[in-house]
Design a protein around this ligand. Structure first.
Ligand code: FAD
Ligand code: NAG
Ligand code: NAG
Ligand code: NAG
Ligand code: NAG
Ligand code: NAG
Ligand code: NAG
Ligand code: NAG
Ligand code: NAG
Ligand code: NAG
Ligand code: NAG
Length: 621
């Protein structure tokens, strides 16, 4: 008994002292400083920071078995698994640097797009969406660094529905059914059920992989009211990572004790000492070297890259794998002569292989105009207290972008049973701030109508998101200069039958019907009329369609620019990630998704890396 009391006291003392005042003060200064820098940061316009100072022949960087371009969601796990084999010599080339104390903080994600960890892309001016944004351009955040886009993302862990993968296989991709990929998802996952409200369907999970997953850990009257509104309509708490995905629940995310576990932290930092893995950071790959052998076959033999403003060349004995993500991968391929013949000729690039690279860009259109005011007030404290809580693993700074809950539903536009086509995210913890204007490139009048009317700690937002997007956009080259950005056109809400916008409208109606059931927190729609939609009756159907065009951007889940399938006229890689018609060259990242999934891309990208490692080990060991 005495021992027990002693133990409890010791623990209490330990808890109180585990984060010292000095540490809190230091971290507060650091974080406030970084946040201020980000608030004043500008998006880059190009990659000229890599441009070589002199026009000299490249320096020889040596020979490797595998060269992986890009240390993102897919490249990091792939490099980890391949370098488990001592016989494989692996070079992982990454444009950016390493994660830091700032990228660990979930709450500041919105700001991180104005740091060096974001490439800096915007869409070309849009015709049907992004209309409420300056110059009709939406921002397209893409991560740069060891961890890729997980350095600047929300870390939500949702794999997708079984039907997504069964469809993927049915396009002519053997080995891609749900039954095939489920064990691969499970291999990487470390699920931690830290919230009793979370339904975890255990046969679909693992607790001991490398990728940590936990739930938004608590609840509050407002979030409870949101759950209850959906329950009153006959839905239940659901595991969004099981086949019974439809329903709602607390947000599952790759977070450990309140800190982001980006894919660099999960898969690369622990293995930096492996002698057979070279991680070459701050290096931009400018070209894949593709040669013709005696038989006239195309073979990838290495890459040129630029580091410290000098050009290098590295050779691959076995394979070059492009994991640059859905925007950069098509750019690198096209710069190397692999892409649509006509487009490459326009840019005076020698065509080596005519393939539909960049022709099918898809994303999850998301509506950012549903802000609700309530009488529940988020606890307000001095910033230093938030930091103390964060360092102890809880509190508002541990919540990614304020997101706390999510739900999946099927609208009348989806005919497959139990197959969700609509996601609605729930967020609070300061649903509005002056910074939002910059974060989304909003026009003043858009910000004034949608965000300014709300009181930050007394509101929440919902983001209705289309899962099975019909609109198709593109990634093209602006020029043949590797230091220029590519042209990104989502062509949002452009599908013939306008199903994408109609699905968002279903989401808006659903969200508003829940608001009516949230009397416990006196919830009411908090937005004012958008001047751009002046001619329509406020909140009429026509009004909402106008608003959809104004503030629909997307969830930043670009996929499909090098889709997987058998026919080289329609697809870029085959079911084993091989680029059609080019030997020893593969693409593995979100660009190979043949369609959007009913989930968030990080978990599927990690699965792709695991799957390719299995394929390569089988072939080369
Ligand atoms: C704001 C935001 C929030 C998001 N939230 C979520 C979420 O909650 N859950 C989720 O699952 N997904 C989320 N996503 C999407 C998800 O993070 C990405 O879809 C996923 O990380 C993509 O993985 P990838 O392997 O395709 O590419 P990336 O992770 O983008 O990796 C590509 C890597 O290649 C590098 N690279 C590119 N070109 C070159 C070159 N020429 N030379 C050298 N290196 C190069 C890049 O710097 C980068 O590190 C979010 C994205 C954003 C922007
Ligand atoms: C990008 O270009 C704009 C307009 O030319 C310029 O105002 C801005 O400073 C540039 N940003 C950077 C980071 O170079
Ligand atoms: C990161 O934060 C931790 C926790 O406060 C601190 O111990 C560490 O020194 C910080 N690292 C750097 C590089 O500042
Ligand atoms: C769980 O993860 C561990 C570690 O990766 C792995 O050995 C095990 O096979 C996984 N279990 C399942 C059921 O996938
Ligand atoms: C990343 O690159 C920089 C040089 O650009 C180098 O100083 C640093 O050591 C590299 N980091 C690691 C962990 O290799
Ligand atoms: C890329 O490397 C090849 C092979 O060494 C070399 O011939 C070519 O000049 C390099 N390109 C650039 C732009 O340095
Ligand atoms: C970068 O290049 C400069 C010369 O241009 C050289 O002085 C410096 O040592 C190089 N730095 C690294 C980390 O290679
Ligand atoms: C939320 O907004 C209030 C101001 O309304 C501010 O005092 C508080 O610090 C903010 N919370 C966070 C976590 O930034
Ligand atoms: C509910 O909110 C409305 C306006 O949003 C306000 O007029 C009303 O007084 C509130 N009622 C309660 C009980 O808080
Ligand atoms: C919020 O409003 C509801 C009525 O809609 C009321 O019952 C509740 O007491 C109010 N809560 C607070 C904290 O004011
Ligand atoms: C909401 C919105 O802007 N929808 C438009 C999507 O694009 C189609 C045609 O491409 C238009 O008819 C819709 O008005």
């Amino acid at each position: 008994m005495t021992m027990l009391i002693f133990f409890i006291i010791l623990n209490a003392i330990y808890f109180i002292h585990c984060v010292s005042d000095e540490e809190v003060a230091q971290f507060t200064m650091y974080l406030e400083d970084e946040m201020e820098k980000a608030q004043n940061g500008e998006l880059r316009n190009d990659s000229s920071q890599f441009k070589p100072l002199k026009d000299e022949p490249p320096i020889d960087f040596g020979c490797y078995d595998f060269i992986i371009i890009g240390a993102g969601s897919t490249g990091t796990i792939l490099a980890n698994r391949l370098s488990e084999e001592e016989d494989f010599k692996v070079l992982l080339i990454e444009a950016g640097g390493y994660p830091n104390n700032y990228t660990d903080v979930p709450f500041v994600i919105g700001l991180s797009r104005f740091t060096k960890f974001n490439w800096g892309y915007k869409t070309v001016p849009q015709k049907h969406s992004c209309l409420g944004m300056i110059n009709q351009q939406c921002i397209v955040p893409r991560g740069q660094g060891v961890g890729g886009t997980t350095l600047i993302n929300d870390q939500i862990y949702v794999r997708g529905h079984p039907h997504d993968f069964d469809r993927w296989e049915s396009l002519g991709n053997p080995g891609w059914s749900y039954e095939d990929v489920l064990p691969i998802f499970k291999k990487t996952e470390a699920m931690h059920q830290n919230n009793p409200q979370a339904v975890v369907d255990w046969p679909y999970h693992n607790t001991s992989g490398l990728l940590y997953v936990e739930y938004y850990p608590t609840t509050d009257p407002q979030l409870n009211a949101w759950y209850e509104a959906q329950a009153s309509m006959g839905y239940n708490f659901a595991d969004s990572n099981s086949p019974e995905q439809i329903g709602f629940g607390p947000l599952p995310a790759c977070i450990r004790n309140g800190k982001k576990v980006d894919d660099g932290t999960a898969f690369i930092l622990p293995i930096l000492s492996r002698g057979n893995l070279k991680v070459q950071n701050n290096s931009l790959v400018t070209k894949i070297l593709i040669e013709k052998d005696m038989k006239g076959q195309l073979i990838a033999t290495g890459v040129n890259f630029s580091y410290n403003r000098t050009t290098y060349v590295a050779r691959a004995n076995k394979e070059v794998i492009v994991s640059g993500g859905s925007i950069n991968t098509p750019q690198i391929l096209m710069l190397s002569g692999v892409g649509p013949k006509k487009h490459l000729r326009e840019k005076t690039i020698q065509v080596l292989k005519d393939l539909p690279v960049g022709k099918t860009l898809r994303d999850h259109p998301a509506f950012y105009g549903l802000l609700i005011s309530s009488n529940y007030t988020e606890p307000i404290q001095p910033f230093e207290e938030y930091v103390r809580e964060y360092l102890n693993g809880y509190g508002p700074l541990t919540v990614p972008g304020g997101l706390k809950g999510l739900s999946f539903y099927k609208t009348k536009f989806e005919s497959v049973e139990n197959y969700p086509d609509l996601e609605i995210l729930y967020g609070s913890g300061n649903c509005t701030s002056a910074f939002i204007k910059k974060e989304y490139n909003l026009k003043d009048e858009t910000y004034e109508a949608i965000y300014a009317p709300l009181d930050p700690p007394r509101c929440f937002f919902m983001v209705p998101t289309v899962l099975h997007t019909k609109s198709v956009g593109s990634v093209k080259l602006k020029t043949n200069d590797p230091y220029d950005f590519p042209l990104i056109d989502f062509n949002n809400l452009s599908d013939k039958d306008n199903i994408d916008a109609k699905t968002i409208y279903e989401g808006i109606k659903m969200g508003l019907s829940w608001v009516q059931h949230m009397q416990a927190v006196n919830a009411t729609l908090g937005v004012k009329k958008l001047p751009a939609c002046e001619q329509y009756e406020f909140l009429s159907e026509q009004y909402w369609y106008c608003a959809i065009g104004q503030v629909t951007s997307n969830l930043y889940h670009p996929v499909g620019t090098c889709p997987m399938g058998p026919d080289p006229k329609k697809y870029v890689v085959n079911h084993e990630f091989k680029v059609h018609g080019v030997h020893r060259l593969r693409v593995a990242d979100a660009s190979v998704f043949p369609h959007t999934l009913s989930g968030h891309p990080n978990a599927p990208c990690v699965m792709l890396g695991e799957k390719l490692a299995i394929i390569l080990k089988k072939q080369y060991l």
